[in-house]
Ligand binder design. Structure first.
Ligand code: TXE
Length: 492
């Protein structure tokens, strides 16, 4: 076994031991072994990081917009230069397949920095024709200050980059706290960024647990905004902590996204989309299409096709190029998914595929779960209502378009949905009525930097990606300038 790597946290352009002098274990989900020690940061470390971000704010926001853009652009270059080593860490720490993560870092995640770098000098305010004589009124977009980003474990770098690229481009400085289950890649990203022109204090990383590290970060009086990705329970605790000082919050939470297959759908296409929408990342993605709603007369045929597509999927070591599904990212989550499967059986759902933990030859000690499909799921079962965040698909039949909309919207979540139909107008009609932040028609899982993502209902609020993703990190100032004497004596 290789030596266990011990990390320091990053603040004020330096690496520090945690004030607590304690570290916690980070596990490799493919081997079940501890491979890294992560600093357990407390309020003292957080204060160091936040003070650094606060001190860095004024010079950073005052950089000429194109100069700030140049710094942000170089973060994209650094990401590309270090994609192999960063990808290797995400594989080791989180079980991401190397064949997916390394190219993703080089392309669309680097693009995130390039896209927002390009926007630095393009978000214009406006001149408003106000009903006030002798006044020039204009608006401008301004950054908030030092902002906190708190992220989840499922796609550590992706979730982080979706926040830090727009936050920095908008002129904010950042303290980020990655998930306690997957902190190493964010620390390694800072090592890569140290080779760029990023000024001292503009980006800082503290590590640790939610209540111990996350809450004091949110509650630090110099933090002006919080951007969060994670579960509903964590999100709601974060929103409550932020509300005590009236801090704005951006929330990216979970989902129970429906894939609706209408009677006129191309079944093979739909089956590919359904399999793609959940199984390759073992369901560990917020937009996983985990509810398959299918027109009743197509039910058996479609379930057969999906099972036939998914059955041969190769589970295995995420470093191997021929692996199609990697491990579950951490042991507590692995156990939670198995609980969900047991509970679905107890509730009376019918298991038609998978359902077991497995030990692939290439990774016999890892946390793997077979792609799992349940039919005979009724909309009231927990399996149809709660997010599993694992490779478990619940199939629910429906009888009419109306019925499909009703079941799709009967959820506390509203993150994404898929509609499969040969009739585009019908697809658009459905999209109008589905309560979700993203609707895919005859495709699923596409996401690029240009288009906003985010939730309805308990899937969250605020948007990431696109121009909206940067506006979320900006506040509007309205300036009133008198162009002629305009202030009479009120008591004359
Ligand atoms: O999320 P948590 P986890 C969902 C999915 C998963 C569940 C739990 O259902 O099973 O969330 O995942 C920090 N104050 N998603 O455990 O617990 C915590 O330390 C401050 C959906 O990752 O919400 C971590 O950094 N911080 C999601 C972050 O919040 C707190 C992706 C997320 O932790 C805190 C991943 C507190 N009180 C999981 N409590 C998506 N939408 O993509 C927790 N944290």
């Amino acid at each position: 076994m290789a030596a266990v790597k011990s990390y320091h946290y990053f603040a004020d352009n330096g690496w520090h031991e945690p004030a607590s002098r304690t570290w916690f274990d980070s596990f490799n989900p493919t081997t079940g072994e501890v491979w890294a020690y992560i600093p357990r940061c407390n309020a003292e470390d957080i204060d160091r990081a936040v003070q650094a971000a606060h001190a860095a704010f004024d010079p950073w926001r005052r950089l000429l917009p194109s100069a700030r853009g140049n710094v942000v652009r170089k973060l994209g270059d650094a990401l590309i230069d270090h994609a192999e080593s960063l990808g290797a860490i995400e594989t080791r720490d989180n079980g991401k397949k190397t064949v997916d993560i390394t190219p993703a870092l080089k392309t669309w995640l680097a693009d995130s920095f390039y896209y927002y770098a390009g926007l630095c000098d393009k978000l214009e305010g406006s001149v408003i024709p106000v009903d006030a004589p002798g006044i020039l009124n204009y608006t401008k977009h301004e950054p908030f200050g030092a902002v906190a980003c708190i992220t989840a474990w499922n796609s550590p770098l992706l979730v982080a980059i979706w926040k830090i690229a727009p936050a920095l481009a908008a002129g904010n400085t950042v303290v980020i706290k990655p998930s306690e289950h997957a902190s190493a890649s964010m620390l390694a990203l800072m090592e890569a960024f140290q080779e760029t022109d990023l000024p001292t204090g503009v980006l800082n990383v503290v590590t640790g647990f939610g209540e111990e590290t996350g809450e004091p970060l949110i509650s630090h009086p110099l933090i002006r905004l919080v951007s969060f990705t994670g579960g509903v329970a964590g999100g709601s605790a974060v929103a409550m902590a932020a509300s005590r000082q009236v801090k704005p919050v951006i929330m990216e939470l979970g989902g129970k996204s429906p894939q609706i297959v209408l009677g006129d759908a191309d079944l093979n296409l739909a089956a590919n989309g359904i399999a793609t929408g959940i199984f390759p990342p073992a369901g560990q993605t917020c937009i996983a299409g985990s509810r398959l709603l299918v027109q009743r007369e197509l039910h058996d045929k479609l379930v057969d096709i999906v099972c036939n597509i998914v059955r041969p999927a190769r589970l295995g070591h995420p470093e191997n190029a021929d692996t199609q599904i990697g491990p579950i990212a951490n042991e507590p989550h692995f156990r939670r998914i198995l609980e969900h499967i047991k509970e679905a059986k107890d509730e009376g759902a019918r298991l038609v595929l998978g359902g077991n933990a497995v030990q692939p030859d290439s990774a016999p000690n890892g946390w793997f779960i077979e792609p799992t499909i349940f039919t005979d799921v009724t909309p009231d079962m927990r399996l149809a209502r709660e997010e599993v965040f694992g490779p478990v698909l619940a199939v629910v039949p429906f009888d009419s378009e109306e019925d499909a909309i009703r079941i799709a919207n009967d959820s506390k979540f509203g993150l994404a949905a898929g509609v499969w139909t040969r009739d585009s107008a019908r697809g658009i009609r459905m999209a109008e009525r589905i309560a979700a932040g993203t609707v895919y028609i005859n495709n699923y899982f596409n996401a690029t930097t240009q288009s906003p993502v985010g939730g309805y209902k308990q899937s969250g609020y605020g948007r990431e990606n696109g121009i909206e993703g940067m506006k979320a990190f900006l506040q509007t100032k309205s300036v009133w300038l008198a162009t002629e004497p305009n202030q009479p004596n009120p008591f004359a």
